[in-house]
Design a protein around this ligand. Structure first.
Ligand SMILES: [Zn+2]
Ligand SMILES: [Zn+2]
Length: 213
């Protein structure tokens, strides 16, 4: 099995979790042995989030998608943003807030759970009033956490350990853009995302009655 960052291997990761006897859980209670908490920080692309969400739904997996309300890259208050939240929930997923410190402005769009974007160590695991913080100690320890940051697994791709049931439980953080767009490096993947983004923007311009002739 090759550990490529694409939807095929993401599906293999989910299969490995099932092989290892794990079940998919959310951040609404303390993790129990055998739980896998699928967490997605949506930093860049709502389209990628929906692609991954659909792939998960097709295999019966459920995740928590952390969306930004003050992203540089997408607008959660736009029709596309509102539709994304509806679609994610319809696919069986949950929606948390990917917050920019110090603002954790939860509203009715989100479950009461926060994941800070690019957090500094001082506040990363501190309690958040009125919400769970995904990095507080009950949800995080180095042994029960894996992340695909910048297309790199610090402790190796977890598929073998999942299939063998070696985690007591696991919080698995993945970024949809990394798995949906092709590229052997983060740089290549970002360029592929921008190519797709260009097409999407051209359609939006046409829909906005911009003359593209
Ligand atoms: Zn792997
Ligand atoms: Zn982020």
């Amino acid at each position: 099995m090759s550990c490529t960052f694409d939807l095929d291997h993401y599906g293999e990761l989910l299969d490995a979790a099932r092989t290892g006897g794990y079940r998919f859980a959310f951040f609404d209670q303390d993790p129990e042995p055998g739980d896998v908490l699928l967490r997605h920080d949506v930093d860049l692309s709502l389209a990628a989030a929906l692609d991954l969400a659909t792939a998960e739904h097709e295999t019966g997996a459920a995740a928590t998608y952390f969306l930004m309300s003050e992203s540089v890259f997408y607008n959660l208050a736009s029709p596309e943003g509102e539709e994304t939240i509806v679609r994610l929930r319809a696919l069986g997923h949950r929606v948390g807030l990917h917050a920019v410190y110090p603002r954790a402005a939860l509203d009715e769009r989100f479950e009461p759970v926060v994941a800070w974007h690019n957090p500094d160590p001082e506040y990363m695991s501190a309690p958040v009033e009125g919400a769970a913080n995904v990095m507080e100690p009950r949800f995080f320890s180095p042994e029960t956490y894996r992340s695909d940051s910048n297309q790199h697994w610090r402790s190796g791709c977890p598929h073998e350990d999942l299939a063998a049931g070696r985690f007591e439980w696991l919080q698995l953080l993945t970024h949809p853009e990394i798995w949906v767009y092709p590229g052997d490096t983060m740089g290549e993947t970002m360029l592929a995302m921008l190519d797709a983004e260009r097409e999407r923007r051209l359609r939006q311009l046409a829909a906005d009655r911009i003359d593209l002739s």
